[in-house]
Design a protein around this ligand. Sequence first.
Ligand code: 4HQ
Length: 276
Amino acid sequence: MTESKSPFWHVTVLTLFPEMFPGPLGHSLAGKALEKGTWTLEKLDIRSFTRDKHRSVDDTPFGGGPGMVMRPDVLDAAICDAKARQAAAGLTPGRIVYLSPRGRVLDQALVREIASEGCLTLLCGRYEGIDERVIEEHRLEEVSLGDFVLSGGEPAALCLIDAVVRLLPGVMGNVETAGEESFERGLLEYPHYTRPPVWNGRAVPEVLLSGHHEKVRAWRLEQAEKITQGRRPDLWSDYLASRPAPKVKKRRARRASAEPTKTTATPDGNGGSDEG
Ligand code: 4HQ
């Protein structure tokens, strides 16, 4: 209980609202891990990099139009300071992410990538966004949480940090670490049940009470596949494309002879190709 190891991961957050961090993360597994020193968080208040009397971080857009744009000089000073502090802490500078609906949409693959890097900088914008030249100057990588509009990048930053931190070694105990989890396999979650076995006249599927682990596995996989196929055709086609042995009867129609492929789980036992 007393191990004090060096942190696995560092994040610097540039924001006008530093009090929003760690926010909800302080109440979860991520918060425990932060206390343990598994990861470190530095918050930099963008407003502290202003130099004028009014401490203004934004200005009106050239060309007209609604709203305000965050000033490049202020953001540049903040980003340079973030880099300098990381360097002083002996950290190898990692990517700098600007949370924006224009960016690559965050998915588990990107979360894994970011978790594998030692250091991340997140820039949270407000108003209409930031001066484009800052994106170019500092090679900001734009990342989006999804196709909707937030009032600021902070909630997106919190989501990204949460998703990354739960992947860090030692944060999640043993749950899901074996890649059992839905997105790790490219599938949505199978249905979960707990006590009581009958609730409001609704019984838990019998196979789950059978104690027959292989049947339970097969049932869950089948459910996960059905749910994914029905709800997320995009994930389903990716899954089909990346499976070691597609579930088609006419395998011989392809050049299957090249690889010793096996069929997936059959009702009568383990014909699976990806079991340990
Ligand atoms: N915004 N994913 C505009 C987002 C957003 C998203 C953040 C709104 C940046 C300036 N961020 N600000 N979607 O909607 O990350």
